[in-house]
Structure formats: structure tokens, C-alpha cells
Write a protein that binds this ligand. Structure first.
Ligand code: PMP
Length: 391
């Protein structure tokens, strides 16, 4: 039977699960205009506060050469990278990523979503297995669904469960790929990459780590959690996106040279889409190099996130994780919708995260801190939230 759109949307409205678009205006750093009012933006993935950093943007644009501005930095190449959409700067960016990460090869994708839906279906076939953390991002699930390999999920960060699956599967499948985010997008907690490396070695699997919420932020050069945890050379497929801390769009994969070649030949989300605009590739190269040195911003972000977590806990609110993504667990969908509206009345731009993005019964606020926030911007937040939750 086909879907009754009206009824389905009515059900979503009734259960507090309806999704809407919300146009913002006038972004100035962590402040935005929404419905004619100014807010502190607690929902952005612009983790280093670079998207609205006028000085950095000016430096980028003024460092470009006027002579070939239109040819070199135009807005569209009107072709896939595989045809005539490839530019030299894309190769310079890949080379820079490759050398900085110390991996054999790097490959750009148009976004983290493109990467995650394009990697597993290309690399795995019938008779192979993907084992994925239960809380991995939707794009990883979609990649698994497009893939002819079988897939299983282990309980979130439960590596004993993962080991059980590997133990019982090793003899039955050809290739096995373990997939995990490094920083989990809705919980702000972190995978134990050392443990995952041990398991992938023991069971002769490949390890695929999605560092979307970690690149730019962790490790001495901001290369991500694999750098911080000292396993950069041991992750077989490391994915990072330019869409969050790098204030841009696009993504990259670090891998073996033959995997790169194989993806170029088989990854449909790379082959069958128009390449990113040159100006974006130029910015990605520029911003990646700048972010290597942004240790002060990384430390500041860690400090304010720690303070906010402590303040929330002191007020008796349920939080978790250890990164700049700070969840506040609410539970009920409608309560989360109502509370978010009350917080917006107070000038904090918060939208609730509800199922199916998170598991049933775990509606929450995903408070996302950015390095251009000051502690003064945040110090009233925990008290206000606690007061509203008590009502
Ligand atoms: N992986 C994870 C863990 C994500 O959270 C996201 C986006 N929210 C993506 C991949 C997709 O990245 P992009 O926004 O670059 O498409």
C-alpha cells in the first residue's frame, strides 16, 4: 500500500517528531538572527568558529591571485572529477592530507555523506561483512544498506560484543570491515580506537573510522582522535569532513593506494556527481593548513565544554560524553520540543534531537559548543535548564 503523506505528517506532528526547515539570517560568529531575533547558536558544527571569521576569510580571498580569479576559483566545473571536473588544487589538497596524516593515499569526496555511502558499497561484496557501532551516523547505515555485504551492529562502544561477533563470523566471511565514529555525533562520547585496532588485527579485519566530529579538534595538529590516541598509521580507512570544524563542504579519506584507486573506479557517489566548485577546494586547502596551528582554539573549546558538563551535572541534569558535543537528556519528545522553545525565548538557539535520529525515549538537546564562544556566554545555561526542567 502506498504512503498516505497527509496522515503520516499528521502522526509526526502529533508525536512531536515533525522536522522543519528553519532559515537563519545574518550569522556573526556564534550569534545568528532567527525569526527577527538574535540568538547564541548552540546547534552549529562550526566547531572552531571559522565560518564567520571575517579576518580569516579576508586573508583567504586576498591571497588569491586576481589574474585567474574567475578561471581558477569559479563556482562550478560542470563535470564529475572523473571527466573534466578535476583541478590541480584537488591533488595538492590530497597530497597535503596524505603527508600530514602520514598515510599512503588521500581521496576527496563531495561531502561526508557522499563518502559514507560510497565507500562500503565499493569495497565490499557478497560474502563480506560490515560490523558497525549501533550509534553510528545515518550516512554509515545508508552505506551499509547500499552494500551487498551482510551487516551486523554491536552495542554502542561495547567491544566485548564486537569481539563476540568477530569471533563467530571470522570463518564465515571473506572481508570484514569494522566501522565506528571516533566522536559520536549525538552523544559526544569517544570510541576506544586502540581497542578497535587490536580487534581488527586479531580478526584480520579492516578498520574504518569516521572522524567527522573530530577532525580539526583533537591531537596536536587537529588531525582527529586517531592522532590523539596515537593510532594514525593503523586505521585502514579514515574519513574526515570539511563540513564541520573546517567551515566548508567536502570530505576526505585516508587509505592505502590500491584502495584509493579502487574507490576512484567503483565508488558511485564519487564517480556520478559533479565535483565541488574550485573555490571550495582552494578554501579547504587553505583552512586545513591554518587549522593545523589552532591549538589555542582547541584548548579553549575543551575547557568550556568541561565547565559546561560540570555545571550541568551540579544542577542534576543528565549529560554525558567528553567532547564539545554536550548532550542533555530529556527523554520525552514533546517535553524536548517545549523546553527547546522556552530556551529559545531566553536567547539560546536550541532545537531538540528526537527519534529516529536518536533511539526511542532518548530525545535530547545536543548542545554543540564552538571555539568562538566565551564562558560568559554559557554560564547561565545550566541553571536555566534545570529551573525549566523542574517546572
Ligand atoms: N558522519 C558523521 C558522523 C556525521 O555526523 C555527519 C554529518 N552530520 C556526516 C558523516 C556527514 O558529513 P557531511 O555533513 O560532510 O555530509
Amino acid at each position: 500500500m502506498s504512503i498516505d503523506y497527509e496522515k503520516s505528517l499528521g502522526d509526526l506532528r502529533r508525536t512531536g517528531r515533525i522536522r522543519q526547515l528553519r532559515p537563519l539570517a545574518d550569522r556573526t560568529g556564534c550569534r545568528v538572527m532567527y525569526k527577527g531575533r538574535r540568538f547564541l547558536n548552540l546547534t552549529s558544527n562550526d566547531y572552531l568558529g571559522l565560518a564567520g571569521n571575517a579576518r580569516l576569510l579576508r586573508r583567504f580571498y586576498s591571497s588569491r591571485n586576481d589574474e585567474n580569479l574567475l578561471d581558477g576559483y569559479g563556482l562550478g566545473v560542470a563535470s564529475s572529477r572523473l571527466l573534466t571536473g578535476d583541478i590541480e588544487t584537488a591533488h595538492q589538497l590530497e597530497e597535503r592530507l596524505r603527508t600530514e596524516y602520514g598515510r599512503p593515499a588521500a581521496l576527496l569526496f563531495n561531502s561526508g555523506y557522499h563518502a559514507n555511502i560510497g565507500i562500503l558499497p565499493a569495497l565490499l561484496g557478497k560474502g563480506d561483512l560490515v560490523v558497525s557501532d549501533k550509534l553510528n551516523h545515518a550516512s554509515i547505515h545508508d552505506g551499509m544498506r547500499l552494500c551487498r555485504a551482510e551487516h551486523r551492529r554491536y552495542w554502542h562502544c561495547d567491544y566485548d560484543h564486537l569481539q563476540e561477533i568477530l569471533e563467530s563470523s571470522r570463518g564465515k566471511y571473506g572481508r570484514i570491515v569494522i566501522v565506528s565514529e571516533s566522536v559520536f555525533s549525538m552523544d559526544g562520547d569517544v570510541a576506544d580506537l586502540g581497542r578497535l585496532v587490536d580487534l581488527k588485527k586479531r580478526y584480520k579485519a579492516l578498520l574504518y573510522v569516521d572522524e567527522a566530529h573530530a577532525v580539526g579538534l583533537y591531537g596536536p595538529r587537529g588531525l582527529g582522535k586517531a592522532e590523539e590516541q596515537g593510532v594514525l598509521g593503523k586505521v585502514d580507512i579514515l574519513m574526515g569532513t570539511f563540513g564541520k570544524a573546517y567551515a566548508s563542504i567536502g570530505a576526505f579519506v585516508l587509505c592505502a593506494a590500491d584502495i584509493r584507486d579502487y574507490l576512484i573506479n567503483h565508488s558511485r557517489s564519487l564517480i556520478f556527481t559533479t565535483a565541488l566548485p574550485p573555490v571550495v577546494i582552494h578554501w579547504n586547502l587553505f583552512v586545513f593548513q591554518q587549522v593545523l596551528q589552532m591549538q589555542d582554539q582547541r584548548e579553549h573549546l575543551t575547557a568550556i565544554a568541561g565547565k559546561l558538563r560540570r555545571a550541568l551535572t551540579e544542577k542534576g541534569l543528565a549529560t554525558g560524553g567528553s567532547t564539545n558535543i554536550v548532550p542533555v537528556m530529556i527523554g520525552d519528545n514533546q517535553l524536548a520540543v517545549d523546553l527547546a522553545e522556552e530556551m529559545r525565548e531566553e536567547g539560546y538557539l536550541i532545537f531538540p534531537v528526537r527519534p529516529p535520529t536518536v533511539p526511542e525515549g532518548t530525545a535530547r538537546f545536543r548542545i554543540s559548543l564552538t571555539a568562538d564562544m566565551l564562558w560568559q556566554d554559557l554560564e547561565g545555561l545550566a541553571g536555566l535548564l534545570a529551573a525549566r526542567m523542574r517546572h
